[in-house]
Design a binder for this molecule. Structure first.
Ligand code: OOG
Ligand code: MG
Length: 256
């Protein structure tokens, strides 16, 4: 059996070089969720050793549409680094990914730490601002196919994220209409309410789940609440634009 550090190197190299790999659970069916989070921590530590800085966390599989799309029905989380952040409207280079997809999300940025069991009111009190966002997910597994431990070990498919203009923490984002368009055609229509009924619940879950790994959400961390709709595959030439009712709009072009 390959060591956890050995597996972390495999998933990190797959992400770094945009090379697909077989599912880990094919060869190691006994891999647990705890092993997978340990692999994730080791693989992100390799990114940190290359100079990438902590940017926050991403929550995943927080909506039914997302769970149904990938056939995994547990909430997962992953770590964000500054290198994953794409400047607003920056071009997305398809060649840097295995098979990227985009999904509409809500981003929070914190002004205070959050740790363990907190109420929605306590979570909201730690929020500095909220913004419309799009996450670029890119499973490193062939055909975007994985079981729960695979996706966790692969940093929950995180690979990039766009954040739009920040709005005050008091903005009501509980049930905002979302329209994602590619080349002017609607490809996903939904609501922020699809994210655990209210995206603030995703921040509550983040505080609890990250604490289980012995860490906490810190002031300055960005937390992505999870895709509100199924994710959409990206190919060169596309212009992607997502509009969030009353929260704003963000867009990018895909190039080869
Ligand atoms: C897993 C990551 C899920 C989300 O927002 O639900 C995720 C995947 O779908 O590859 O980022
Ligand atoms: Mg996501």
């Amino acid at each position: 059996m390959t060591s956890l550090a050995g597996i972390a190197q495999i998933v990190d190299e797959a992400a770094r070089t945009a090379t697909p790999i077989p599912q880990l659970t094919d060869s190691q069916p006994s891999l647990t969720v705890d092993d997978a989070y340990a692999i994730q921590a080791l693989s992100v530590a390799r990114r940190r050793a290359r100079g990438e800085r902590r940017a926050g966390f991403k929550m995943g599989l927080t909506s039914r549409a997302k769970m149904a799309q990938v056939g995994v029905s547990e909430v997962v989380w992953g770590r964000l680094t500054d290198a994953m952040r794409l400047e607003e409207s920056a071009v997305l280079h398809r060649a840097r990914y295995v098979h990227p997809r985009v999904e509409p999300e809500v981003a929070y940025i914190l002004k205070k730490p959050l740790e363990g069991d907190v109420s929605a009111a306590e979570a909201l009190a730690a929020v500095e601002a909220v913004a419309p966002a799009m996450e670029i997910i890119d499973s490193r597994y062939r055909c975007f196919k994985f079981a729960l431990p695979d996706v966790i070990a692969d940093n929950s498919s995180s690979s990039g994220f766009y954040v739009g203009g920040w709005a005050p923490a008091t903005s009501d984002v509980a049930n905002l209409g979302i329209l994602m368009e590619v080349d002017g055609r609607p490809v996903q229509v939904g609501s922020t309410a699809a994210i655990l009924g209210n995206p603030i619940r995703s921040l509550v879950a983040a505080a609890r789940l990250v604490a289980k790994a012995g860490e906490r959400l810190e002031a300055g961390d960005i937390v992505l609440a999870g895709g509100a709709t199924a994710a959409y595959p990206l190919t060169p030439g596309q212009f992607v634009q997502t509009t969030f009712q009353s929260l704003g709009r963000l867009s990018f072009h895909v190039e080869a």
